[in-house]
Design a protein around this ligand. Structure first.
Ligand code: MTE
Ligand code: MOS
Length: 796
């Protein structure tokens, strides 16, 4: 048997193929969960009654008026729940609550013959509330001591002592905004019950097995009585990792209660007001450098805004703490984490899973300290990179870090950074009201679930008598191209043409106990399982072929649908060998399994080796900023990114481009605003639609975007030498934020330190520019009246 990373000659992995559903996507023929509605005769439609208060006690709930509305069939309330009235895994998310914990929370669901009937019925439901005091912002939560979950610390050495000794020391604070997933497909579920009581839920879920568990516990059934299918999702981005469960449970409860199929699909505004988002973070930091700008010590406290329930906040915080170092060696570290409990949607997984927030802290520190240290920001970053042999603060060796050093160099060459940096300076010298900035930032991102148990996967592969292949695996498709890669893996492992491999939708009755398709590990894990299943079948077929070819089974080769023996003239077709195997009564299907080797993690001490490997990348972005408005253009971005030996180069390129743009959206345009007033709207999300929530579109793409996949990058110990790609590229967008900072600083005096809000909206950039200009004026005044200015800039 070959190693996991070895590729046969003529492998189908590594070929440039388009997404397996690309034709269906662009013609509109691809079906999503809610499109299946037409196949469910007699289907009922669900509509929520949403609470208007951020925090309130329910004092009365009268559903009778709704039942009088034409077409309303029933109103689901806590009284209908036969199992546990909870939609989460921590039992802190009552499905039908008696205490409302955020504005927009559903208190009950109306089922109607039509969507319109259900909506009208929901208007007719009478609810009385007793409003309670609410906590909305991180600052309010910190002041009130409103926290939930564990408060872990990652540390190494003695940060306090090292800070005392540090020749250069800076402190600061940073607020990081959240992000709405804005997947094109909003949350959807379609539930049916068959004549034997088996519940079948189609759900837009990244985690069908967990959706199955929650549906079962709400209905009071065993897992074997519930099947969940995830056909494909129109984007998920982490937003469908835990949030679909309760919604699927409501649909299932409706189906069990009425005996009819029930469809639930959130409107955009319902989705935005009801479901969790990326965690906003608050960070305070204290950092020490030596005189040359080498990082010596960091002490920081990160507070994540978890919203009303725990959800995935603990693992998200854990990943944030494990990524505060990004690519930099910090000898003495002490980073504390805590999760605020606020009266907002339950913040959840979002591409990067806390990693981006953690990494932003150190990137913000370096971006702010570089001018104060008098060192070019890119040079400051480069000189603090990990060196081979060094370990992270949680004691994992930073394997292959030399790749990052090479990537940085390749990027400098490809993007022509030195020459363009000089051009930017010349441009800025010649323009008073428009300035440019060019920044380069690195990414180091750990791959694997921190929770070791999740790092396993299963697959089921069938070979039919005609030689055609059907694969099933535990991963879900959300547009990221996992199914495309899995077909390529199966075709490679069986040595058959790609066209002969079909893929069936992800279902819990095919592969059980699956992990969420998340942590970018979908291809690593499911690819390992698919390959394992195919190799079991191939080993059996090799014996069959060996007998026919008169060679040793070890000398049988599979490729392009032909089976040959070493030294034999003619081969057999794959279908012929399969046919013989069938008559010889050799099984033609197999269950595959994979577990990631070599992981261990102690979540109480926050020490161990939680990651199989690190994904590396770097980006250089040039921006132009308008001094009158703060508006900006992204002129050019160059990326060099490490995906190992790509399983599917076109898919990976798409992931890098998409991840980068999504990251740029988070860091620049996308701003969630809640009503923070004391009025009746307190706690309501003010940005409830695309009209008020600004997403990046084509016009916000860099005018020139060059993506290069780092070459000769075989990753040992991973399926066909590839590396995960789903999340890491999002953090390449730090280069955009740092370029904006540098452009803003060009409006100020040399060495001016720019503090930039996150997101760096045009408004935020405008204030940073104003600040820089004010510093020029201060300096001018200082020149004319030195004594006064010195007094006015104490501590500067
Ligand atoms: N790409 C698309 N098109 N749509 C998505 O929803 N989700 C991202 C990333 N890329 C996403 C995406 C997230 S959050 C993760 S964790 C990975 O894909 C999950 O898929 P993978 O493990 O197969 O990479
Ligand atoms: Mo991705 S945030 O791990 O679903």
């Amino acid at each position: 048997m070959t190693s996991l990373a070895d590729r046969p000659p003529n492998a189908v992995v590594g070929r440039t193929v388009s997404h397996e559903s690309a034709d269906l996507h662009v013609t509109g023929a691809a079906l999503y969960t809610d499109d299946l509605l037409a196949r469910a005769p007699g289907v009922l439609h669900a509509w929520p009654v949403q609470a208007p208060h951020a925090h309130a006690r329910l004092t009365a709930l009268r559903t009778a008026p709704a039942l009088g509305v034409d077409g309303v069939v029933t109103v689901l309330t806590a009284a209908d729940v036969r199992g546990v009235n909870d939609g989460g895994i921590h039992h802190d998310e009552p499905l039908f609550p008696d205490e409302v914990c955020y504005a927009g929370q559903a208190v009950c669901w109306v089922l109607g013959e039509s969507l319109e009937a259900a909506r009208k019925g929901s208007d007719a439901v009478e609810v009385e509330y007793e409003p309670l005091p609410s906590i909305l912002t991180l600052r309010e939560a910190i002041d009130a001591g409103s926290f939930q979950g564990q408060q872990p610390t990652v540390s190494r050495g003695d940060a306090a002592a090292a800070l005392e000794r540090a020749p250069r020391r800076f402190t600061g604070e940073l607020e990081i905004g959240g992000q709405e997933h804005f997947y094109l497909e909003t949350h959807a579920a379609l539930a049916q019950v068959d004549e034997a009581g088996q519940v079948f839920v189609q759900s837009s879920t990244q985690h069908p097995s967990e959706t199955q568990e929650i549906v079962a516990h709400v209905l009071g059934l065993s897992s074997s009585e519930v099947t969940v299918q995830s056909l494909r999702m129109g984007g998920a981005f982490g937003g469908k990792e835990m949030q679909p469960h309760g919604l699927a449970a409501v649909a299932a409860l409706g189906a069990v209660t009425t005996g009819r199929p029930v469809r639930l699909r959130l409107t955009r505004t319902q989705d935005m007001t009801m479901t969790g988002k990326r965690h906003p973070f608050h960070a305070t930091w204290d950092v020490g450098f030596d005189d040359e700008g080498r990082l010596l010590a960091l002490r920081a406290t990160l507070t994540a805004d978890g919203g009303w329930s725990l959800d995935l906040s603990q693992p998200v915080l854990g990943r944030a703490l494990c990524h505060v170092d990004n690519a930099y060696f910090i000898p003495d570290v002490e980073v504390h984490g805590r999760i605020a409990k606020t009266n907002k949607t339950s913040q959840t997984a979002f591409r990067g899973f806390g990693g981006p927030q953690g990494m932003l802290v150190i990137e913000d520190i370096l971006g702010r300290c570089a001018p104060a240290l008098g060192i070019d920001p890119a040079a400051l970053r480069r000189q603090n990179f990990y060196l081979p042999g060094q370990s992270t603060p949680y004691a994992q060796p930073v394997r292959h870090v030399e790749r990052l050093h090479e990537i940085w160099q390749q990027l400098a060459d490809r993007a022509d950074v030195a020459r363009r940096q000089a051009a930017v300076e010349a441009f800025n010298a010649g323009h008073e009201h428009v300035k440019r900035g060019l920044a380069v930032t690195p990414v180091k991102f750990g791959i694997s679930f921190n929770l070791t148990a999740f790092n396993q996967a299963g697959a089921l592969v069938h070979v039919y008598k005609d030689g055609s292949v059907l694969i099933n695996h535990g991963g879900t498709e959300m547009g990221q191209g996992l199914h495309t890669k899995m077909r390529q893996v199966a075709a490679t492992a069986l040595g058959v043409p790609l066209e002969t491999v079909r893929l069936a939708p992800t279902r819990t009755d095919k592969v059980p106990n699956t992990s969420a398709t998340a942590a970018s590990s979908g291809a690593d894990l499911n690819g390992g399982a698919v390959k394992n299943a195919c190799e079991q079948i191939r080993t059996r077929l090799a014996e069959v072929a060996a007998r026919r070819l008169g060679v040793h089974p070890g000398d049988v080769r599979f490729g392009d649908g032909t089976v040959t023996g070493l030294g034999t003239e003619t081969g057999l077709s794959f279908a012929e060998v399969v046919g013989t195997a069938y008559t010889d009564r050799v099984p033609l299907f197999a269950a595959g399994y994979y577990r990631t080797e070599g992981l261990h993690w102690d979540s109480t001490r926050m020490q161990g080796e939680p990651f199989k490997y690190f994904a590396y990348g770097a980006a250089a972005t040039e921006v132009e900023v308008d001094g009158f408005t703060g508006a900006y253009r992204f002129l050019r971005t160059d990326i060099v990114h490490d995906v190992g030996d790509s399983l599917s180069p076109l898919v990976d390129r798409g992931q890098i481009e998409g991840g980068f743009v999504q990251g740029a959206g988070w860091l620049t345009l996308e701003e969630l605003r809640w009503d923070l007033s004391d009025g009746p709207g307190r706690g309501r999300l003010a940005t409830q639609a695309a009209s008020t929530y600004k997403l990046p579109s084509f016009s916000e793409m860099p005018e020139e975007l060059n993506v290069h996949l780092y070459e000769r990058a075989t990753e040992p110990g991973v399926v066909y030498g590839s590396k995960a790609v789903g999340e890491p590229p999002l953090m390449l967008a730090f280069s955009v934020r740092e370029a904006l900072r540098q452009a803003a600083s060009a409006f100020g005096p040399p060495g001016h330190v720019v503090q930039l809000a996150s997101p760096a909206t045009p408004e935020a950039v405008y204030w940073a520019i104003e600040d820089a200009r004010a510093a020029v004026q201060d300096q001018d005044r200082a020149r004319s009246a030195p004594a006064r200015a010195v007094a006015g800039t104490s501590g500067g």
